[in-house]
Design a protein around this ligand. Sequence first.
Ligand SMILES: [Zn+2]
Ligand SMILES: [Zn+2]
Length: 109
Amino acid sequence: MGALRPMPVPQEVEITPVGTIRVVWRDGHLSTFRARSLRLLCPCAVCVEEWSGEVKVKEEDIPVTLSVRKATRVGNYALSFTWSDNHSTGIYPYDMLRRLCPCPECAGA
Ligand SMILES: [Zn+2]
Ligand SMILES: [Zn+2]
């Protein structure tokens, strides 16, 4: 199962005018992420305590109007985002993003 599957790789990453992040994967799958949802899942050391895994970023800390300013590729395995709250230290590996895909197909799987 999982281990044998090739790593998902985004073909296109686009910030849409409505502030969502649109990822077209190499296998043709489409993921549309809400900026705030991804920001709340930021895996960086500021947002998640490294040794306990405790999430330190709280819903109420993140403005409801949060948007994404920039999406940057990190090496060939991840994306990082610059959010409108100036946070940008999170690195989102492709396989994590693909797992987080909120489309009905993935959410139901
Ligand atoms: Zn973070
Ligand atoms: Zn999906």
